[in-house]
Structure formats: structure tokens, C-alpha cells
Write a protein that binds this ligand. Structure first.
Ligand code: SF4
Length: 474
């Protein structure tokens, strides 16, 4: 379907996008915004009051996030009543799972799309506007498309546009692991990888625009199996080796990973690819083999530990983060103690931990659960206390060390400071020139705070190299 071009845009306000959930959702929201900017000239605004189009990118991984969707939509319908030509769109995982319920319960919603159909958003908005203007249609309903057209999405999204030195690149979608507690395989579909050449082209375009750091994204990013032009399949290790050759790309991250996809060739990257950061987010969820089996994670704690040991043999300073679920149905006090023991043993940096929340349609939702919420809350408290202590100790241990940071922006604290990130994703504020934005610099860490570090510049190797080149050119 042809849709409105920017010159005949039906909107005079802006675009407001609210995002719940994971980095994949943040990535998708950026893509939606740039798509609607290109199609209708809609600029992003900071509040729904200034917007003509409001989009909610939802998450259904936890019950609370899902409840928020309906309460937020209640507020938005009042807001829409003040200016009825506004458009409300709901996307993401709740839309994918509950699209028809939203259509019935929230009549103010105009378009409902899933994570795999967001590229069809302009056509859907055009259709919603057409339905709205057609007086012969008495009972107007939201336009809905929550299908799984696989890789089509990536082929139809706009070229990346950059407003920083670090960018996310989605390389695969979905998940085929079917952990018993998780909705992702049902909301985002099975694992589908983008062709290798497409990913490389996107990274090259980003590098040409000044990006220095790439974060490869996927629900199970290390399950990446992208088809190459010769028909061979590239795994994540092949992709990492290839992208390090791209001029300008000097830092590589990937998230989120599954322990069973940590192949030897990916582990070897920690020895062979200095651009790959010494930080790994590798969720295990629980330290108990019994609970791991009930979760259908298909590995044991010892296998996970062995993977971490192998990587730490190559990178002794590897910072590890994870996701943990406490109070999974059937988890006993002894199971929980095994989680604590695992966390003690491996030493985690900033990690995520939650009380199990049953998601409708998942196998675990039907498991008997006799533990009281009181006990679950106490377990979460103990786990978070330990995780927070480890994180604070890691920050403290960085004081006095020299860290390489990628300078991203001006600091929010002071006009004379710039801010960048370490390999383990700590924000460091340092006195320095804005000319250093986009460069790697070495800083000595002088103070550790809860959410950031302070440092002093020790060396600016890239600026020095540039000055030397200028000098020789004279
Ligand atoms: S690996 Fe398990 S937890 Fe992760 S997205 Fe897939 S099903 Fe969900």
C-alpha cells in the first residue's frame, strides 16, 4: 500500500514514544521513530501533549510491565478525547500476545503491531486514518498486524542514522529455546538471523558516520547464524572477526547471550579480538541444577561455571553480569542457597534479579507453587544485597587503575567535564575538551560513586596521533 509522503503529512504535532523492556525494544523504538520521521516528518517530542502520534513499545516479560500497558492506555484515551485526530499505536511483546484483547479493551488505540511488523507502521497508520475518515464504516476498530514475517522487517527499515559514537545493531530476532518461564518465543517468534552481508553493510555505514563502538543485539545473540553470500553460515565469532576489520570500529559488545551458545570459537574471540570488551552478560537465572532443569535451560551450573572459567583464563579481568529469577515454582531454600553460592563464587557486576512472575501461556504458569511471597521477597532481598555489594566492590577496586574509555558526550555534572564508558560499562566523568568526544582516552579512576566514576586523563592516544600526523604534514 502506498502511504502518505512527507509533503502531505496529515500531522502537525510531534511523535512521542514510550518504551518498556529490554534493549531490543529500545532498538525497535529508535527504528520506529526514524521510520515515522522519514514518512511524515514527525519530530520526537518529550510529552504526549505535544504529540499527534503516540506509540507504546511494550514488554510482557513480567506481569507488572504488562499491567502498566493498560493503565497507561487509560490515561492516553482521555488525552486523545481532547484532540481526536491523534493516533495511538501499541507495539512490542504485549501487542504481539494480547493484540486482540487490546483491540477490544482499548477502543482509543488505532494501530496494533508486533515486534516483527513495526516496519509496516506507516501503511498501518495510513489505513487507520482512512478508516477514521470513512463514514460508511460504523464500528471503527484498530488496524492490527501481529504476524511474524521473519526477516522482512530488517529489509524495510531505514538506513541507520547516528547521533553518537556507540550504536546498537540487531543481528537476530526471536528465540527457539522455550525456557518454561518465558514468553519471548511466543511474542517474538523463533530465532531468525539477518544475512551476514546486511549486518556488515549496516556496521560499515555506522562506522562512516563516526561510530566507534557496536553493540550486537539479539534475544539470543550468540545463536546468530547468518547466511553468507557463498551460502556458508557465519556464527557470531565469524561476525566479530569480520567487523573488527572495519575502519573505525574499535569496541565490540554483544547482548544477550545463552550459555549453551558460548561456542569454543566465540570463547577464542576473547584471546584473538582485542576490540571485544572484557565484559559479558550471560544469564543463568539460578544456581540450582534442579531449578535449571525445571526452567528447561538445558545446561547445568557446572557447565556455565566452566565457560566463565575458560573466558577468565583468557581475560582475567572479565566483568560478568547476569539475570536471576528467585521464587521459581518449586524452588526450595536449598536451591536458593545454591544461587547465592554461585554468585559468591563467580562475582557479578551490575546484574538483574526479579521474583518469578507467571506469564500466561508458558509451561511454568501451570507449575504448582507453594512458596509464600513473603519468603520470595526475603530471598530477593538477600540476593540483591549480595549483588549490590559485589558491584560496589568492583567499582571501588577500579579506583587507582587506568581505564580506557570511549568519550561519548559532555558530562551532565559540569560544563568542563566529558563523559565516557569503560569496558565494563561504567560512566566516567573527567575534566577534558569536547574535542575528545568520539575518541578512546586513558583515564585514572579517582573516585567511585553508586552510578558512575570520576577520573583524570592520563593519555589521549588518538588525539596525539592526529597531532603527530599534522606535524609531519607541515
Ligand atoms: S533463552 Fe529462554 S529466557 Fe532467553 S529469550 Fe529464550 S526462552 Fe526466553
Amino acid at each position: 500500500m502506498a502511504h502518505a509522503s512527507q509533503t502531505d503529512t496529515p500531522f502537525d504535532g510531534g511523535l512521542y514514544v514510550i518504551t518498556y523492556g529490554c534493549q531490543m525494544n529500545e532498538y525497535d523504538s529508535d527504528k520506529m521513530a526514524s521510520l515515522l520521521q522519514k514518512t511524515y516528518g514527525l519530530e520526537l517530542v518529550d510529552s504526549p501533549d505535544e504529540a499527534d502520534v503516540v506509540l507504546m513499545n511494550t514488554c510482557s516479560v513480567r506481569e507488572k510491565a504488562q499491567e502498566k500497558v493498560f493503565s497507561e492506555l487509560g490515561r492516553w484515551s482521555k488525552w486523545k478525547a481532547k484532540k481526536p485526530n491523534r493516533v495511538i499505536g501499541v507495539g512490542g511483546c504485549v501487542a504481539s500476545q494480547e493484540g486482540n484483547v487490546i483491540r477490544q479493551r482499548a477502543p482509543s488505540v488505532d494501530v496494533i503491531f508486533g515486534p516483527q511488523t513495526l516496519h509496516r507502521l506507516p501503511a498501518m497508520i495510513d489505513e487507520a486514518l482512512r478508516v477514521r475518515g470513512d463514514d460508511s464504516i460504523k464500528k471503527k476498530k484498530a488496524v492490527i498486524d501481529i504476524t511474524f514475517p521473519e526477516i522482512e522487517k530488517f529489509d524495510n527499515l531505514p538506513e541507520p542514522e547516528v547521533n553518537g559514537v556507540s550504536a546498537m545493531v540487531s543481528v537476530m530476532e526471536g528465540c527457539s529455546k522455550y525456557c518454561t518461564f518465558c514468553v519471548v518465543p511466543y511474542t517474538r517468534g523463533e530465532e531468525v538471523s539477518r544475512p551476514f552481508a546486511d549486518v556488515m553493510r549496516e556496521i560499515e555505514t555506522l562506522a562512516q558516520q563516526g561510530v566507534r563502538e557496536i553493540n550486537l543485539l539479539g534475544q539470543n545473540v550468540n545463536a546468530y547464524r547468518g547466511e553468507m553470500e557463498d551460502g556458508e553460515i557465519a556464527d557470531l565469532a565469524v561476525l566479530i572477526h569480520a567487523m573488527r576489520e572495519i575502519d573505525g570500529i574499535d569496541r565490540i559488545r554483544y547482548t544477550t547471550s545463552h550459555p549453551n551458545e558460548m561456542t569454543q570459537s566465540l570463547i577464542d574471540c576473547y584471546a584473538e579480538v582485542p576490540e571485544l570488551v572484557s565484559h559479558l552478560h550471560l544469564p543463568i537465572q539460578t544456581g540450582s541444577d534442579r531449578v535449571l532443569a525445571m526452567m528447561k535451560r538445558n545446561h547445568m551450573a557446572i557447565e556455565y561455571k566452566s565457560t566463565i572459567r575458560k573466558i577468565r583464563a583468557l581475560r582475567p579481568n572479565l566483568s560478568l553480569s547476569g539475570d536471576f529469577i528467585v521464587g521459581f515454582p518449586g524452588e526450595t531454600c536449598d536451591d536458593f542457597k545454591e544461587t547465592l553460592a554461585l554468585v559468591e563464587e563467580l562475582n557479578y557486576d551490575r546484574s538483574f534479579s526479579f521474583i518469578y512472575s507467571a506469564r500466561p501461556g508458558t509451561p511454568a504458569a501451570a507449575f504448582p507453587d507453594e512458596e509464600t511471597m513473603e519468603k520470595k521477597k526475603r530471598r530477593l532481598y538477600h540476593l540483591q544485597e549480595l549483588l549490590n555489594k559485589q558491584t560496589a566492590e568492583i567499582s571501588e577496586s577500579m579506583v587507582g587503575t587506568t581505564q580506557r574509555i570511549l568519550v561519548e558526550r559532555l558530562s551532565r555534572n559540569s560544563f568542563t567535564e566529558i563523559a565516557g564508558r569503560t569496558e565494563n560499562n561504567r560512566v566516567v566523568n573527567v575534566e577534558g575538551s569536547p574535542d575528545l568526544i568520539g575518541q578512546f582516552i586513558d583515564v585514572k579512576i579517582t573516585e567511585a560513586y553508586t552510578n558512575s566514576l570520576k577520573g583524570e586523563i592520563v593519555a589521549t592516544p588518538e588525539a596525539d596521533k592526529y597531532e603527530t600526523q599534522q606535524f609531519h604534514a607541515l
